[in-house]
Design a protein around this ligand. Structure first.
Ligand code: CP
Length: 338
């Protein structure tokens, strides 16, 4: 199945999907059939997604926020873990593109009767679906699904491994403030060990030429992560000096087997961004993938600060997911690398 030209023709001009090529991009389609992570995506593929998302953002600013681009395409949102932002923005993105969408939650499904991920996915695919958006607590679950079903798979977060669409919306948000990623200084703060957001952002930012510093307690930064081309510090002041964007991560108490730092209060004292930091660094932008633990990663006033662009990230999530769905839907029937 490919995106049909006639779906473009049936719409009014104002409803046409993005089609204007960016002369700086040498590719016009993705080299991958699935979006499992950013570790294998090239800078050009990432830029293609960002460029497409910018065009879809124009659609979202229209009074009628819908294009017929994915009419006839059926997308299943397979969520085995809780989600607010990712789930709602994927569903909105699918609806904005006129896809048929089905939502699945593990709770209330036959998973509670012992049905496996493979059987669940194969039974859903037997109902003739085209694309699967999957969030699962196990790293590699989306990769596993590519071997069980023919549908295009999009990773919406797999354990502590990757969360590629989160990183893409983060990159889009940064690109709204900076002309280039080359030489941009981004510090990622906090629980790196348990963060799929950190891993996907590291891959994406490094591919685009940004400098990445990781900062947090020694117990929350994986040993040897410097091999990904990042700088590591345990000193927040060092991480914020010369920093353009500070991305604070949620402390994931639910993924920590044992207490990896003395208390949330001590964590905030050493690694939380405060109003004092905002005053010391007058150009610093603050990001957070959400959900925020107010008063832990960020002082509550910082969450609401004009240089905290957290809600811009959420807004960009819909456009980025529209772009990913659009670009991958065109590849449903073709042979591509995973
Ligand atoms: N950022 C993010 O993944 O949020 P949700 O868990 O609410 O989807």
């Amino acid at each position: 199945m490919t995106i049909r030209e006639d779906t473009y023709q049936t719409s009014m001009q104002a409803d046409t999907p993005p089609s204007t090529p960016n002369p700086e991009l040498r590719i016009s389609q993705l080299e991958h059939r699935h979006l499992l992570g950013l570790s294998t995506y090239s800078a050009e593929e990432i830029q293609l997604i960002l460029q497409t998302a910018r065009q879809f953002r124009e659609v979202l600013d229209r009074p009628i926020k819908r294009v017929p681009t994915l009419r006839g395409v059926t997308v299943v949102n397979l969520f085995f873990e809780p989600s607010t932002r990712t789930r709602i923005s994927f569903e909105l993105a699918e609806k904005r593109l006129s896809a048929d969408t089905v939502n699945f939650s593990a709770s209330g499904s036959s998973v509670s009767k012992g049905e496996t991920l493979k059987d669940t996915a194969q039974n859903i695919e037997a109902m003739k679906i085209d694309m699967v958006v999957v969030r699962h607590k196990s790293p590699g679950a989306p990769h596993f699904l590519t071997q069980c079903v023919d549908a295009v798979i999009i990773n919406a977060g797999d354990g502590a491994h990757e969360h590629p669409t989160q990183a893409l919306l983060d990159l889009l948000t940064m690109s709204d403030h900076f002309d280039t990623f080359a030489g941009l200084n981004v510090s990622i703060l906090g629980d790196i060990t348990h963060s799929r957001v950190a891993r996907s952002n590291i891959h994406g930012l490094r591919a685009l030429g940004a400098n990445v510093t990781l900062c947090g307690p020694k117990t929350l930064i994986p040993y040897g992560i410097e091999h990904l081309g990042v700088h590591v510090t345990h000193d927040l002041n060092e991480a914020l000096n010369g920093c353009d964007v500070a991305m604070a991560l949620r402390i994931q108490l639910e993924r920590q087997g044992s207490s990896l730092f003395p208390s949330l209060r001590e964590y905030h004292d050493r690694f939380g961004i405060t109003m004092e930091h905002m005053a010391q660094h007058p150009d610093l932008l603050v990001m957070h993938p959400g959900p925020v633990n107010r008063g832990v990663e960020l002082a509550s006033e910082v969450v609401d600060h004009e240089r905290a662009i957290i809600l811009n990230q959420v807004t960009n999530g819909v456009a980025v997911r529209m772009a990913v769905l659009y670009l991958l839907a065109g590849l449903v029937d073709t042979e591509k690398v995973a």
